[in-house]
Structures are given as structure tokens and as C-alpha cells.
Design a protein around this ligand. Structure first.
Ligand code: AMP
Ligand code: MG
Length: 487
């Protein structure tokens, strides 16, 4: 490892220093021929990193963990987790490293993290590697989510390693540089709690409070306030997923953050035709993580967090359980309120309309969408045009025209706000067929389709001439979409 002087980059090692029980000092594997595929310049600027520097050999060394400031302490983090309902006591970063924390322009720290940087002591049977397609996929979808206003980890760069990686076929290797407000997960608390070390759980909770919910420190019961904050953040997050038609695909407790950011874009997908039972992941055979199950699963995961925090909530166990149950009850209420408010915005309802007016219209529309296999993103964008007196684009999407006309008449009588609708109903999302097309080209060496798609989805509400095909639903021959975890 060369110790080079980097231009004023400080990667502090707070987590590494404060949690030796949950962090193993480790280094990224060498890469034969690193090549920068994509760099997120606006994000680099927010982090105080110079884009030209990051494009240099030394900069790429920073992005891949090979040339770090001398005092940097990269670590693999330990965590546990329920995977598809089954508890695994030792998961951890099998192919990832936390390089350290860097200060964002907002004054708060961000984790800089690698995915695909080689085997760690948590790798179990895995090779510790990642390949170009899935890393670009995470980059594209996470940045698309950010542009949609959904809380998420960010993607700073993808570097091709030059190393061939054996999957079903041999594929080009890559490392993703990921940025997050932290990588503390529900599974991190499960890991701490399973060690039977209440002091460790308390320190982790204090760390989460400082990094994510500093106001709760002043609460009468800060740990209960922390739990309630996570419940609120996750209720809002999952409501946002549901409103944009996002299916995470692998909502294991190790893939759920304390911050409320979406994390670990593996087999995720955006729904094409509206279908509450939509499942894309090839390994989700029972549909545990289907679109409609996401709120229930989030609540289930939060119950696992409550169990881990139990000794901190109250010294009397009965009281602690009661407090946890009461707080968890807020999830449904907040989720429903957020979802309903979001749906009202999607339909352009003016403030002040009662639930008894809006809610039947929402339900009827969703029934029409489900029965007609209607493209979820296109219909809401088209309804903005209908609100302006041009119903044809929306009408064309719904097979039962009579039912639609009847519904639209009642909806338009409420004078929906078309401009407000266009601000919340995206024209462009990372559509499955476009993502696949762009990644296939990129894996073959042509990044242009990816950059064009990236341009569309990082400015999703601004409909532009020339981007028509990015706003269209999947072609009929695209078929049933399947995503894979073997990334
Ligand atoms: P994920 O489903 O991507 O959240 O990963 C679940 C667990 O498997 C985590 O502990 C990962 O670090 C680990 N993992 C996934 N892929 C690999 C790989 N290729 N090599 C080593 N560990 C991996
Ligand atoms: Mg994960």
C-alpha cells in the first residue's frame, strides 16, 4: 500500500475506532487494470472531492481503497440478520469495506464504502467480488431513487477492476463506491444484542442517535425516542417505495438501515404493470417480499429491532415490551397517512378534500389499473395531461374505457392540479427493459446507453423532447421480468 499525500481528504475512522467488536481491519484486494466507468460529479462536489482528482490514478486509488490517507482504517463491518425469516448470527461485509467517514457539505458525516473489494473474514463461501452489470445497476437505480426524492444510499463511482469474475459465465469485475449517512442496520443491532453485551447495544444506539437523530438525545427516554424515529423513518420510506412502484426484493433485516435510507440494490425492480403481488427476485419463491407485503415486512423487521433494543427501553421487561408495542403501532398509522397523502398528491387533489371523497377514487383507480394490467408510472403521468383536458393518453392505457371515463369525470370535477401532479409523477424511472438494455451494452463496453438513461432518470419530472422512448412502458415481448441475487 502506497502512502500518498491526497489533496486534503480526511477519512475518519469513527466506527472502526468505537466498535472494535463489530469491525475487522481489512484491505481491498489488488486489481489488475482499474478503469473508471462512471463518476458522480455532483456527489463528489458535495463531499468536497475534486472530480478531476478522482479521475486520476491516485483518485481511482481512493475510490477503490488502494491509495488511502495514511491514517485511514478500512474495516469490514459485522452484522447479523433475518434472511427470508431465518436468523443468521454472522453475516457482515463479505465483499465490502467501510473506508471511513467523510464530511458532507451539510456538515454531517457520510460513510464511504466499497462493494466488490474482495473476500473478507465474513465472506463465507463467496468470492468477495462484484461484476460490472450489477454495480452499474445499483449506481443507476440508487441515483434514480435519489432524484425521485426517495431516501437512499448514494453511488459515487463504479470502477472496472480488469479482473474476470466467474458467475454463470465469466464476467468483468467491478467495485462500487457507495456513500451513506451510515451503514448501521437493524442487523447491526441484532448482532450487538446477540453477543449479550448491553453496553455494546447502548454504544451502538448512542452512535445511531448522534449520526441520525440527534434531537432524540434530549428526550426523556432517548432509546425509545430512537426506536420511534426509526419506525417513523421506515414508515415514510416504505410509503415512498409504494408510491413510486419500487420493489426492494430482499428486505432482510441486514438490508434495512437505521437511517431510513434504502440500501442494497440487489434484485430490486420498478413495477411495470400495476400488480400488488409483483415479485421480481428469482429467489423469492414464496413472494415474501412482494410489492404489497413491503409495509408488513418493514414492521416485522422493526419488531426485530425492538427486541434488540429491549434492555435499553426500560429496566422492567414488561414495561419495555409495552413501550415497544405501542411505538410499533405508530408504523401502520404513519405509513397509511404518508401513503394516502402521497396518493392524493399523485392525483392532484386540492388540500381540504375529505377522505370520504378522495379515498374511493383512489381505490377505484387502483382496481382499474390492476384489472387492466396498466403501466403504473405511465398512467399517473398521463393523468396530468388528462387534468389539463387531454384525456386520450390516459384513456389509451386503460382497457375498460367506459369505467375510466366514468371515473375520470368524477375526478376532473374536483379540479385536479396538473402542475402539482407533474411534480410528483415521474416521466422517467429506471424501467426494467431500459436498465437491461443499458447494462448489456455496458457489459460489452458501450456505456452510451447507460449515460443516456442516467440523464433521463436523474431529472425524472422534467419531460423533455427526444426522450419519448424512456417514458414508454415495456414492449409486449419483454415478458415477465426476473432479477437475480447472484451479483
Ligand atoms: P446481500 O443479499 O447482497 O445483502 O448480501 C447478503 C450477505 O452475503 C452479506 O453478508 C454479503 O456481504 C454477502 N455476500 C453477497 N455476495 C457475496 C460475495 N460475492 N462474496 C462474499 N460475500 C457476499
Ligand atoms: Mg446486504
Amino acid at each position: 500500500m502506497d502512502a500518498v499525500s491526497l489533496p486534503a481528504v480526511t477519512l475518519s475512522g469513527h466506527f472502526a475506532r468505537d466498535f472494535p467488536e463489530m469491525a475487522i481491519a481489512w484491505r481491498a484486494e489488488d486489481m489488475p487494470d482499474p478503469r473508471l466507468l462512471v463518476l458522480n460529479e455532483p456527489l463528489a462536489t458535495e463531499l468536497g472531492l475534486d472530480a478531476d482528482f478522482l479521475r486520476s490514478a491516485e483518485g481511482m486509488g481512493l475510490l477503490t481503497g488502494h491509495r488511502l490517507p495514511v491514517d485511514a482504517t478500512p474495516v469490514a463491518q459485522a452484522y447479523a440478520g433475518h434472511q427470508f425469516g431465518w436468523y443468521a448470527h454472522r453475516l457482515g461485509d463479505g465483499r465490502a469495506l467501510l473506508l471511513g467517514e467523510i464530511t458532507h457539505a451539510d456538515g454531517m458525516p457520510r460513510d464511504v464504502h466499497l462493494k466488490g473489494s474482495g473476500r473478507t473474514p465474513f465472506a463465507r463461501g463467496g468470492d468477495g467480488l462484484a461484476v460490472v452489470g450489477p454495480m452499474l445497476r445499483e449506481y443507476l437505480i440508487s441515483e434514480g431513487m435519489h432524484a425521485l426524492g426517495v431516501a437512499t444510499t448514494r453511488s459515487l463511482a463504479v470502477v472496472a477492476t480488469g479482473r474476470p469474475v466467474q458467475r454463470d459465465t465469466v464476467l468483468p469485475g467491478a467495485v462500487l463506491t457507495r456513500v451513506a449517512t451510515s451503514h448501521v442496520r437493524v442487523g447491526s443491532f441484532q448482532y450487538a444484542a446477540a453477543r449479550g453485551d448491553v453496553g455494546l447495544v447502548r454504544r451502538l444506539a448512542d452512535y445511531a442517535i448522534t449520526r441520525h437523530y440527534p434531537a432524540t438525545e434530549r428526550a426523556e427516554n432517548p432509546y425509545l425516542a430512537l426506536f420511534r424515529s426509526v419506525v417513523g423513518a421506515q414508515a415514510s420510506l416504505v410509503a415512498r417505495w409504494m408510491l413510486v412502484g419500487f420493489v426492494h426484493g430482499v428486505m432482510n433485516t441486514d438490508n434495512m438501515t437505521i437511517s431510513g435510507e434504502t440500501i442494497d440494490y440487489g434484485p430490486c425492480a420498478f413495477m411495470d404493470a400495476f400488480d400488488p403481488a409483483a415479485v421480481y427476485s428469482s429467489i423469492d419463491e414464496t413472494g415474501r417480499y412482494a410489492y404489497r407485503n413491503q409495509p408488513v415486512v418493514a414492521e416485522w423487521n422493526l419488531a426485530r429491532l425492538a427486541e434488540s433494543l429491549m434492555p435499553l427501553l426500560h429496566e422492567d421487561q414488561e414495561t419495555a415490551i409495552q413501550l415497544a408495542v405501542e411505538s410499533l403501532d405508530d408504523f401502520r398509522q404513519q405509513y397509511s397517512a404518508d401513503w394516502a397523502a402521497g396518493m392524493n398528491r399523485k392525483l392532484g387533489f386540492r388540500p381540504g378534500l375529505g377522505d370520504e371523497v378522495t379515498s374511493p377514487l383512489v381505490e377505484e383507480l387502483l382496481t382499474l389499473l390492476r384489472q387492466g394490467h396498466v403501466d403504473y408510472t405511465s398512467i399517473f403521468r398521463s393523468l396530468g395531461k388528462a387534468a389539463r383536458g387531454r384525456p386520450e393518453p390516459a384513456r389509451q392505457l386503460i382497457p375498460d374505457r367506459t369505467a375510466f371515463d366514468d371515473w375520470a369525470g368524477r375526478w376532473r370535477a374536483l379540479n385536479p392540479d396538473a402542475d402539482a401532479m407533474d411534480r410528483v409523477n415521474p416521466a422517467y424511472i429506471p424501467r426494467n427493459h431500459l436498465v437491461e438494455e443499458a447494462l448489456a451494452a455496458a457489459t460489452g463496453g458501450d456505456l452510451e446507453p447507460l449515460f443516456r438513461l442516467m440523464d433521463a432518470v436523474t431529472d425524472p419530472y422534467n419531460e423533455r423532447p427526444g426522450l419519448e422512448r424512456y417514458a414508454m412502458g415495456a414492449p409486449d415481448d419483454f415478458g415477465a421480468y426476473r432479477t437475480f441475487c447472484g451479483t
